[in-house]
Design a protein around this ligand. Sequence first.
Ligand code: UDX
Length: 457
Amino acid sequence: MKVCVIGTGYVGLVGSAIFADWGNEVIGVDIDDSKIKKIEAGKMPIYEPGLGEIVTENIKDGRLSFTTSLVKGLKGAELVFICVGTPQDDKTGAANLSHVWDVAKEIGENIKDYKVVVTKSTVPVGTNERIKRIVGKHTAKGVDFDVASNPEFLREGSSVEDMRNPDRVVIGSDSKKALEKLRKIYDHLNTIIVETDLRSAEMIKYASNSFLATKISFINEMAQICERAGADVSQVAYGMGLDRRVGKYFLRAGIGYGGSCFPKDVAALYKTSTDQAYDFKLLRSVMEVNENQRAYYVDKITDYFGKNLTGKKIACLGLAFKSDTDDARESVAIKIIRTLRGLGAKICAYDPKAMKNAQEILGDSNITYTENAYDAMKGADALCLLTEWSQFGELDLGRVEKSMVAKVIFDGRNLLDKEEAEKAGFAYFAIGKRASGVDYTRFEEGSSAILESANGS
Ligand code: UDX
């Protein structure tokens, strides 16, 4: 099948590469000429395991090409995928859809025969109906088209694998013809294809991401209670997760969720709820808990050193918003580093993949970027583990102990074993587990105030 994919970000680039790998003739369109040239030369704009090889191979085999010309991209294509960014509007929290509207207008102006216009970008409920109106307004008389929604559920770092082996494919449209055509591209997959109306398909994406974010905020609040009550949140999550109704995924307590999807999608769904005159209270709490989790982590550091960190050298391992990616957008690690730097600390930072992207966001003031994890820890007063890279869980603690000045670890991702860290001579602070030597009776003193406020008095 001939396919046009508009946008070469995460969704568009992975989408076009895999569609081509499935044997389709794919043309990727982007307004950024230099980006396209790089991709054609085999240099991927993002770090995504396996992607470079698939792109290069499919270009070589003639199934995949790129262009800046939408007219060229649309020629002969049966399916036209919109994969442009929908960033969060800073003021309202809603998704900014200006790129989507621009592309819809351009598609309308340039199609000459029947197309199915498919939205893969994450867009709020009702967007595809508006796309239909915009495309229709600009289409020449007698040219027919349909609109469909096909949200993606790719995780950065494993998007190639996710696209090849999805848990499900969601396709939504009010046109049977469009659904049939769209189904064809996925039919060979061993998965369930969920056919819905347009609005339900749009909502499934937001509901899925918001529910996963809810699981994370739930376990992060559990972490706070576990620590106070003397339970271990990792053990609790394991015990809960074995119940298939609960599910074991997305129950890792930490410093909160980040990235280019969860924060924006949860905020956008909340905005949708208020637009419909409904206050989605649970989501409001999910966002609030996520913000608080960062403060909970930083408090551990300031409880230990005091609020003035001037003169303290803090080794920060992890800059990416999660492991296996070079993406540092909306990374909680970056936000924590900014706070620590604001309190006067000197930061030594290392990340296996996200150094360049993080440096662009954080700059160089009071931060040294090192070539490996151990260099960051030389002469440090504290070690902060901020991203869940598996290699940080395998640190040689003997070597770490020798290079640091003070021996304290703040493990924001529960990567290390408390007993082992303490045996190696560290004061060890994790998420949702009691630390040795901390007076937890102080929390009991606040209990009556909390009860009063919970009862609204
Ligand atoms: C997410 C969705 O998983 C994916 O389906 C959607 O298409 C895009 O958004 P992604 O943003 O790549 O994918 O990352 P994900 O693996 O979901 O992690 C998001 C954030 O949650 C990260 O900051 C991660 O560190 C955090 N997280 C995840 C936790 O804190 N605990 C967990 O148990 C899982």
